[in-house]
Design a protein around this ligand. Structure first.
Ligand code: NAD
Ligand code: UDP
Length: 336
């Protein structure tokens, strides 16, 4: 089965391509490399012995989309491509709506012209905003989002809902990721943020390897057991497998399918710092700082729907997430 993977050179897309190849699927990548490097292709080859067909281009370029659909017989699309930095989205909302919302509409329009009916979309737990209670299940209200990035994900979800309603033959799956972290266990592939990392795990990893002096812990006065924010961290390998499980279970089943992909377990910032110290064998310097605007206290998934309907469950714990991140970061201190 051939699957177009937009954003397949990025963090989650690259790990998903590896797992797809291992599962006998054939990924075809479309990526404009705005947040990734071509070296990723060699790493995929090192791990799997295969190099996916790669088109360097933009999801907003109708010509390249039509070219791919005519040259490759694509069965399904996994759509990772997009911009993802919350802070940057506040500064550059136009770019975020253009890339994430307009880009997705261009992609779906080209899919429809080519008669490709199966789409898996990278959504985010951010669509739940600040939920009234945890754990969060798929029926928890969405839309109470606080920044343009989150709003772009919410808007795409709503557009896809309408598109699927009008084209009932389509299978559209919204995967709401919790907090993806970790790296390929080989240490060959991992997250390679450009500039100062926005997210906790890559920041801790850069402190551990000496690229940054200390971690700023954003808030220790939340109503959580140790006062720091609690999130549902999910290993990127589990997340990658979740996409394959979704393709297998519902990729050919018409309808709008929505799943949380998390572990169902929350960990605090300080628990993540401890797990990382254990993995790298030394302390991680940190300073307690004020809360980061827009952050919520706690967030973790009710994963029972994915377990039941996708026959998928996260396997890796925080210890493995830290160990694998450290293996990647220490072998590739400057990334790819
Ligand atoms: P990433 O930036 O590593 O990967 C995205 C890839 O898409 C990059 O390789 C980039 O070059 C490419 N890209 C961006 N805009 C493009 C365009 N217009 N045309 C073609 N290629 C384009 O990000 P990631 O962490 O792998 O995230 C993948 C998806 O998952 C994104 O849609 C993101 O919003 C979503 N998501 C990520 C997280 C997270 O914490 N990493 C959480 C929830 C959801
Ligand atoms: N966080 C932190 N310092 C950082 C980055 C993040 O203390 O440099 C905290 C943040 O406040 C939140 C948790 O780590 O409680 C996860 O943040 P991240 O940005 O990774 O994910 P998200 O906010 O999207 O859940």
């Amino acid at each position: 089965m051939k699957v177009l993977v937009t954003g397949g050179m990025g963090y989650i897309g690259s790990h998903t391509c590896v797992q797809m190849i291992e599962a006998g699927l054939e990924p075809v990548i479309l990526d404009n490399l705005c947040n990734s490097k071509e070296a990723v292709l060699e790493r995929i080859n090192q791990l799997t012995g295969k190099t996916p067909v790669f088109y360097q281009g933009d999801i907003r370029d109708r010509e390249i989309l039509d070219q791919i659909f005519s040259e490759q017989s694509i069965d399904s699309v996994i759509h990772f491509a997009g911009l993802k930095a919350v802070g940057e989205s506040v500064e550059k909302p136009l770019e975020y709506y253009d890339n994430n919302v307009h880009g997705t509409l261009m992609l779906v329009d080209a899919m429809k012209s080519a008669g490709v009916n199966s789409l898996v979309f990278s959504s985010s737990a951010t669509v739940y905003g600040d939920p009234a209670e945890v754990p969060i299940n798929e029926n928890t209200p969405t839309g109470n989002v606080t920044n343009p990035y989150g709003r772009s994900k919410y808007m795409v979800e709503e557009c896809l809902r309408d598109i699927q309603y009008a084209a009932p033959e389509m299978s559209i799956t919204l995967l709401r990721y919790f907090n993806p972290v970790g790296a390929h266990p080989s240490g060959t592939m991992g997250e390679d943020p450009q500039g100062i990392p926005n997210n906790l795990m890559p920041f801790i990893a850069q402190v551990a390897v000496g690229r940054r002096e200390f971690l700023s812990v954003f808030g220790n006065d939340y109503p959580t057991p140790d006062g720091t924010g609690v999130r549902d961290y999910i290993h990127v390998m589990d997340l990658a497998d979740g996409h394959i499980a979704a393709l297998n279970a519902v990729g050919k089943k018409d309808g709008l399918h929505i799943f949380n992909l998390g572990t169902g377990k929350g960990s605090s910032v300080l628990e993540m710092v401890d797990a990382f110290s254990d993995a790298c064998g030394h302390d991680i310097a940190y300073k307690l700082c004020p809360r980061r605007p827009g952050d919520i206290a706690e967030c973790w998934a009710d994963t029972s729907k994915a377990t039941k309907e996708l026959n998928w469950e996260a396997k890796f714990d925080v210890k493995a997430m830290a160990a694998d991140t450290w293996r990647w970061q220490s072998a590739n201190p400057k990334g790819y």
